[in-house]
Design a protein around this ligand. Sequence first.
Ligand code: GLP
Length: 237
Amino acid sequence: MELYVLRSKEEIGLEIGRRIVERVKQNPYIVLGLATGSSPLFTYEAIVKYSLAENVSYKNVTTFNLDEYVGLEETNKQSYRYFMNENLFKYLDFKKESHHFPSIENMSNYDEEIKNSGGIDIQLLGIGSNGHIAFNEPFTNIDEKTHIVELTENTIKDNSRFFKSINEVPTKAITMGLNTILQSKEIFLIATGKNKSMAVKKMLEGKYDPSCPASCLNLAKCKVHVYIDDECYEGIK
Ligand code: GLP
């Protein structure tokens, strides 16, 4: 696991965005694992900026998103499909059919679909304040593949900031499992702000602790790049 401490979330976005665009240029058929939430927003902005400036095409790129709420239509502003369209997809020349999101219908085949596409070359991750990655809550079985989950009160509360009221936050989601994520060929995790410090601290202890799902990345065979900002770092020291 490699730790990078940068000044701000904007800087992290520019850095990871640049690295991803370089990789797309090297391999136009790359398979990207994508995340939602506020953490990757500046990364998506940077990907769009660099790609448009350098005329980088995404017509052969495949994407697999980490997770999606159960029961939200694609047109619902809180759905992760809507989020991806608005923050990344609509600006670049992706083919609509190259995007994959886990759902009740496809969850039992999702890992197989990832495998058949050649596997995820780069997986982008955020982290919850309780250490969750995607929607793998504390004490999730590390062998889980894509599956349905009941969200914890903590996550519902954290994510309610995107909804009009906490009652509108879905209580269930479909998520790639920890096992799915660990199959990736390279991982970039972003954690910014003080409320992520405790989870990041646990993850950086170097061993797998089931109370902090993100710490499973210590068992990853691939490269894991952890990007945090000064504020998050302050809370770890
Ligand atoms: C949600 C998502 C996660 C994300 C987490 C952190 O629960 N399912 O994939 O990492 O929130 O969100 P944020 O980046 O907004 O702090």
